[in-house]
Design a protein around this ligand. Structure first.
Ligand SMILES: [Zn+2]
Length: 261
């Protein structure tokens, strides 16, 4: 089965369900604080960096399987598409704000906070947003999480931000950053410092989706997981698939050079 297609994404979810994992949104995780639960779950987090139509496709697959996911939308046109946001809400998923206000406002916290509040209100027209998630913006010198050194998102009735409100001593983190499952090696901001080394030592590291599926089948995946995917990478269209492969391979080479410096 070809990697990074919608078909293999569906198979991945079906494999998790067959192994007894409940597929939940980030909001559900924050509300239940499932640390002591015996139940197995995977938080389905999607960062809609671009190509929002692809997110509708994964949302439909999840809906058909009875799964709930969270879709984090950016304010820019490359991500923010009202029709698609509405359609994903209709499918019963959670919507959140994929914020990058510090990098958009040149690192000025006051401006960034106003910008953040404006866009939070915008997304709240479509869905009662209760969770937010930083967009990594690897080419920006600003880390948008730094906004929370000056302000508190809980004042805006936000319950959670995956980077701050996930108990990573209990929840294992998987991300398709770099268009593979071990891209933390080349990621600038999408990684969990302190825990990643430990997970790698335990052998919890896979490169391709077929390898990840085999690990799930062999009961090697921890019982509590957050899985971040960027739906723009997942497509059944051969031309778009090939373009994504070439672009991501180039990006990984550049990121590797940055990290070494
Ligand atoms: Zn992002």
């Amino acid at each position: 089965m070809t990697d990074f297609t919608l078909d293999i994404y569906r198979t991945l979810l079906e494999t998790l369900q067959a192994k007894g994992y409940r597929l939940i949104s980030y909001r559900e995780y924050v509300i239940t604080r499932s640390r002591d639960l015996d139940e197995k779950f995977v938080i389905l987090r999607h960062d809609v960096d671009a190509k929002p139509l692809n997110s509708l496709r994964t949302a439909q697959i999840e809906h058909a399987l009875g799964a709930k996911a969270t879709y984090y939308f950016r304010c820019g046109k490359e991500s923010n598409n009202p029709e698609i946001i509405r359609a994903i809400v209709q499918l019963g998923h959670e919507i959140g704000y994929h914020y990058e206000d510090m990098s958009l406002c040149g690192g000025d916290p006051e401006k960034a906070y106003d910008h953040f509040k404006t866009w939070l209100d915008y997304f709240r027209q479509y869905y009662a947003v209760e969770t937010i998630c930083m967009h990594g913006a690897p080419t920006s010198q600003y880390d948008s999480k730094d906004l929370w050194k000056h302000y508190n998102y809980k004042d805006l009735n936000i319950l959670g931000e995956p980077y701050f409100d996930t108990d990573f001593s209990d929840v294992f983190y998987l991300t398709d950053t770099g268009r593979c499952w071990d891209g933390y090696k080349v990621s600038v901001r999408d990684k969990i410092p302190g825990y990643q080394e430990e997970w790698t030592k335990k052998g919890l590291s896979w490169h391709t989706t077929p390898q990840l599926i085999r690990a799930i089948e062999a009961d090697q995946l921890p019982k509590h997981v957050m899985m971040t995917t960027h739906p723009q990478r997942w497509t059944n269209d051969p031309k778009a698939w090939y373009l994504e492969l070439v672009m991501q391979t180039t990006k990984n080479i550049i990121k590797r050079l940055w990290i070494k410096n």
